[in-house]
Design a protein around this ligand. Structure first.
Ligand SMILES: [Zn+2]
Length: 208
């Protein structure tokens, strides 16, 4: 397909590298052209000439999480917490992911809480853990569980709670087409799972 006429405006790999852009292999571009054609448009028309490369690079960004181990963000902890022994909450962290069934966007917000056991982590790191798992092909249930488990395994807190509220492009933009419908998932571990009073406290701190 790369030899078809009409793709003459394509920039070579050398030119892309010179401009600091990741080169996109021809077979990846071909795959996206095939999809455009399958959807009913002409991949050779002017507006779509550079689209395969843009789409490919966008997907590298959407799926950046594959290139990292999110637990890396939890390696630097602080034991001097000034006697603080209450719940730490990061509320309404916006995120974007993509569903593994349709590769459609999942957009939403997450609230992450933990009850420290001697050690705390820089608060922005919790958001980084979230993004590390969100920037992959996901289902919301697994994303929620993975974030909670990662914090549980690496920070060794007394409890972890993760609540995610999100809208799924595969539901709002296709299929049953129900915009505005959100899905809520939660994962509770440790004291938040075992003790109803701790659970009530953490859920109310997270706004639920
Ligand atoms: Zn889907």
């Amino acid at each position: 397909m790369t030899d078809l006429p009409g793709y003459g405006h394509d920039h070579g790999d050398d030119e892309d590298t010179a401009r600091g852009k990741v080169p996109v292999p021809p077979h990846v571009q071909d795959a996206i052209r095939t999809l455009i054609e399958w959807a009913g448009d002409d991949p050779a028309r002017e507006g779509l000439i550079d689209t395969p490369k843009r789409v490919a690079r966008a997907w590298l960004e959407y799926c950046q999480g594959y290139a990292e181990d999110p637990s890396i963000h939890l390696t630097r902890t602080f034991s001097e917490v000034g006697g603080y022994d209450e719940i730490v909450v990061l509320r309404d962290i916006p995120f974007q992911s993509h569903c593994e069934h349709h590769m459609a966007p999942i957009t939403g917000k997450a609230s992450i809480a933990y009850l420290p056991q001697n050690r705390v982590v820089g608060i922005s790191k919790l958001a980084r853990v979230l993004h590390g798992y969100a920037r992959r092909l996901q289902i919301q249930e697994r994303l929620t569980a993975e974030v909670a488990q990662c914090i549980w395994d690496h920070l060794h807190p007394q409890g972890v709670a993760v609540v995610i509220e999100a809208q799924h492009g595969c539901m709002t933009g296709r299929g049953v087409r129900t915009p505005g419908v959100g899905m809520v998932t939660s994962r509770l571990l440790g004291c938040f799972l075992a003790d109803p009073r701790s659970r009530k406290e953490v859920m109310s701190l997270m706004g639920y």
